[in-house]
Structure formats: structure tokens, C-alpha cells
Design a protein around this ligand. Structure first.
Ligand code: ZN
Ligand code: ZN
Ligand code: ZN
Length: 97
């Protein structure tokens, strides 16, 4: 199976989660539904079902297109440019406690 996302060169294996929750909501007292982790810099942001959509905002502002789910038991990645979900079995997965 070919890899349909062409941005995996932006994956940084050294990136680790920046926080245990959405780092932007933690600063402002906001609430989130689900969390995503940027695989280029480690930014943890909230999903598009959350009021502030910080993961999407981070991708738009930083140009980092790759996130993976930060939810326990989930192993999917998402590319904001290609708008596709996929898995990277060789990469470590992170989730909030
Ligand atoms: Zn992509
Ligand atoms: Zn947030
Ligand atoms: Zn980032």
C-alpha cells in the first residue's frame, strides 16, 4: 500500500508532548473534547469538536500538517494538508494520562 501523505518528512521523531492537555486551553482556562499532538513540534491542541480548535489553529499558523491522536488507545494520524487519516506503525504513540 502506498503512502498517500507526502508530508512524513515533517515528522520529527524527537517531538514529545508539550503538555498533558491542550496547552492553549490550559493557559486560558478553556475546555476541550479530544486532544491531538503535533508530530513536528509536540504541540498538544484540542480537536475540531472542541470550542477553540487549537490543533487546527496550530497547523494553520505553524505549517505543521501532521498530528496524531492524543487519546488513549487511538493510533491514527491526520494530515491537515491532504486531509487524510493514516497510521505510522513505526512511530511511538502518545496519549494523555
Ligand atoms: Zn500530508
Ligand atoms: Zn484548546
Ligand atoms: Zn507543531
Amino acid at each position: 500500500m502506498g503512502d498517500p501523505c507526502t508530508h512524513l518528512d515533517l515528522y520529527n521523531p524527537a517531538a514529545v508532548p508539550s503538555a498533558e492537555g491542550c496547552e492553549d486551553c490550559l493557559k486560558t482556562g478553556g475546555r476541550w473534547v479530544h486532544l491531538r499532538m503535533c508530530r513536528s513540534c509536540g504541540h498538544v491542541g484540542c480537536c475540531d469538536s472542541s470550542p477553540n480548535k487549537h490543533a487546527s489553529k496550530h497547523a494553520a499558523e505553524s505549517g505543521d500538517p501532521l498530528v496524531s491522536s492524543f487519546e488513549p488507545g487511538e493510533d491514527w494520524w491526520w494530515c491537515y494538508v491532504d486531509e487524510i487519516a493514516f497510521a505510522v506503525p513505526s512511530a511511538p504513540l502518545y496519549s494523555h494520562p
